[in-house]
Design a protein around this ligand. Structure first.
Ligand SMILES: [Zn+2]
Length: 309
């Protein structure tokens, strides 16, 4: 299997309506190899789906798979699915607003309204009929990928562009629009972020530090990251070597400064814990009303800011 170049919006192939595979094409070595390469390409980019036009082939082929990842944290796993000659047959009336991004639209996210249920007609990679009735995240991914087969991208599906945001600004200014259940509140809460990645020099040491200091819970992990959960939000600790190998010296998926906004009580409790552990803190300027900020370093040298309003 090999990783293919991803074609970006603006290239005409992204806007073409893709053609069905004939039975002969479907069974051909070239198509079967393309399916494998698309799978490899999707995985290498932390995507949850990819359609053939995104690798420059205007045919109705899409693959999708979800395992816990940095781009889309917090859903149940979806095993690898290959959908060929796929068409949406029925869309449920109930809709959901959720953030989407796309491997063909670099660095942008936006809130898209999608049906929560979808019925799809498709073939599997052997050419057998594969009728799908999907709901939840899978329904959303199917709609996104089948849109690609019809020459559409998620930008076309946004009701308005007011939520369109670059990734860096998304990390900085958008909350995940997830209501936080006060009953499930962790000792330290964050707000203002949906999820964030911090580069960790030593994954295990960083994991232990965050769990110990903030009472975070481990949510999931892979060889390249550990995902910790706080309330409904996620902090990803990314293996430094793997992240830099993939994204270069200034990785887009990682921040060097994590701001945690907490209540006064949580702030006081954290101060005690930090003092007990002998972790040096700097006082921040008291410029945000009567609030207070402190700054300290995590074991990898990332700056953590704790703020109460
Ligand atoms: Zn896409």
């Amino acid at each position: 299997m090999s990783v293919l170049p991803v074609f970006k919006v603006g290239h005409p192939v992204i806007r073409q309506v893709a053609e069905d595979l004939t039975p002969d094409e479907l069974r051909s070595d070239a198509t079967q190899r393309l399916i494998d390469d698309m799978t490899e390409t999707m995985r290498s980019r932390d995507g949850v789906g990819i359609a053939a036009p995104q690798v420059g082939v205007s045919k109705r082929i899409a693959v999708l798979e979800y395992r816990q990842n940095l781009r889309y944290p917090g859903h149940a796993d979806i095993p690898l699915m290959v959908v060929l000659n796929a068409r949406v047959m029925e869309l449920g009336e109930e809709t959901v607003d959720a953030w989407e991004g796309c491997l063909s639209v670099d660095n942008l996210r936006g809130v898209v309204t999608r049906s929560t249920k979808v019925v799809v007609d498709a073939l599997d990679r052997e050419g057998q009929p594969q009728p799908l009735a999907a709901d939840g995240f899978l329904a959303v991914i199917l709609q996104h990928e089948i849109d690609h087969l019809d020459g559409k991208v998620f930008l076309d599906r946004m009701k308005d562009l007011s939520t369109l945001t670059q990734l860096e600004e998304w990390y900085a200014y958008w909350d995940g629009r997830r209501p936080v259940d006060p009953a499930a509140k962790d000792p330290i809460g964050t707000s203002g972020i949906d999820h964030v990645g911090l580069v960790a020099r030593d994954l295990e040491a960083s994991r232990a530090w965050f769990v110990d200091l903030f009472g975070m819970r481990e949510h999931s992990r892979s060889s390249n990251f550990v995902c910790l959960r706080v309330n409904e939000q996620y902090v990803f600790l990314l293996d430094e070597e793997a992240t830099r190998a993939r994204e270069g010296p200034n990785p887009r998926t990682a921040l060097a400064h994590l701001a945690l906004r907490v209540t006064r009580e949580e702030f006081d409790r954290a101060l005690e814990t930090l003092a007990a552990k002998g972790i040096a803190i700097d006082e921040g300027p008291r410029q945000r009303g009567a609030g207070r900020s402190i700054y300290f370093k995590d074991p990898s040298g990332n700056q953590i800011e704790l703020h109460h309003p």
